[in-house]
Design a binder for this molecule. Structure first.
Ligand code: FAD
Length: 300
């Protein structure tokens, strides 16, 4: 971007935030604080994840329905095929439609126990592409799907993963949100390959501001995401300095977002882990400012 380093960006990019459904009252309060903090930035949507094996079915529903009712922000519910028949999916989807939820993040999902492979339910959907098609037959949902800049770990090869992404989009999804990544070039190369495969829908980078690199490494390993060696070096010696780690995270993530912006990205999806401050700071550096009425209404 042709601007001095600290000039910030014009704020014309769209943002969205991902949350997970809370397990306790304390976590519920933390989630709600985060939503109240981030909502004034007028996200295009917020989304709420679905636990492995549908373990959060009720909590995801309750959280999404509450966001729609109390904030008016468009909220998307994640939904997976794991251990669900087509009839189960229909019931969940119809309940969302009834509650005013019009956006689903449609996923295949993973089995509840680590290390096991996905097995479709005998009367269920066998892939996210099949789920997208099924959901579109139930109601005219807006649908987002997952994309993997570094290839999904179970894919036969990068090209077959891209072909699969195209199938999901052709089945009716309007955008793909990517798995996290830590090198903008990884995203750009993936975007080029997707374009070469005829994908012209929006690819939204999933942004994880990492303030605990050891934890991120554990998670990244399971989903085939590379953490560059320089990231370890950056966090070296900061184990006992959580505030400094957060500052480093905000700095390096906003730098990555600036590079993505310079490469034409205009929608950033933040994995918030139900904490607002890092995402808020990065959005601020992207030029986002609270929208006055939104802030007042939501605080009320
Ligand atoms: P699919 O698109 O069905 O792909 C799964 C694998 O099968 C890929 O390797 C694909 O290449 C391959 N494949 C599919 N069809 C074919 C075919 N016909 N031929 C050859 N290969 C094929 N998980 C949750 O449990 N809950 C969540 O809320 C959740 N949210 C997520 C949000 C985002 C943005 C992302 C990126 C991931 C999320 N996940 C979530 C994780 C996701 O469920 C896992 O990554 C899962 O293993 C794959 O789901 P998918 O929807 O990408 O599956």
């Amino acid at each position: 971007v042709d601007a001095p380093l600290f000039a910030g960006l014009p704020g014309d990019a769209e943002i969205s935030f991902e949350f997970f459904p809370p397990k306790s009252e304390k976590m519920d309060a933390q989630l709600w604080d985060s939503i109240v903090t981030l909502a004034p930035l007028a996200p295009r949507f917020v989304s709420v994840t679905y636990g492995a094996g549908g373990s959060t079915r009720e909590r995801t529903h309750a959280t999404v329905a509450r966001i729609v009712k109390e904030t008016g922000i468009p909220a998307a519910a994640h939904l997976t095929c794991v251990e669900a028949s087509k009839q189960d999916i229909r019931e969940v989807a119809e309940a969302y439609w009834e509650a005013g939820v019009r956006h689903i993040v449609a996923l295949r999902g993973d089995p509840p126990s680590e290390g096991e492979f996905f097995k479709p339910h005998p009367q269920g959907y066998d892939s996210a592409a099949a789920l997208v098609k099924g959901l579109k037959e139930i109601a005219d949902f807006e649908i987002s799907v997952a994309a993997y800049p570094e290839t999904h770990p179970q894919a036969d090869c990068p090209q077959s993963d891209i072909d699969n992404l195209k199938r999901k989009l052709d089945a009716g999804a309007s955008r793909a949100i990517t798995q996290m990544f830590f090198d903008p070039e990884v995203f750009f190369r993936f975007r080029d390959k997707a374009a070469a495969a005829g994908i012209d829908q929006e690819l939204v980078p999933g942004i994880l501001p990492v303030s605990n690199v050891a934890q991120a490494r554990k998670f990244s390993g399971m989903c085939g995401v590379t953490i560059p060696a320089w990231m370890d070096e950056l966090y070296e010696g900061l184990d006992d300095h959580p505030d400094a780690r957060a500052l480093v995270a905000a700095t390096l993530t906003s730098e990555m977002c600036r590079k993505l912006y310079a490469g034409g990205v205009r929608h950033f999806h933040f994995y918030t882990l139900n904490r607002a401050e890092l995402s808020y700071a990065i959005c601020h550096l992207l030029g986002k400012r609270p929208v006055a009425n939104n802030a007042k209404d939501i605080a009320a």
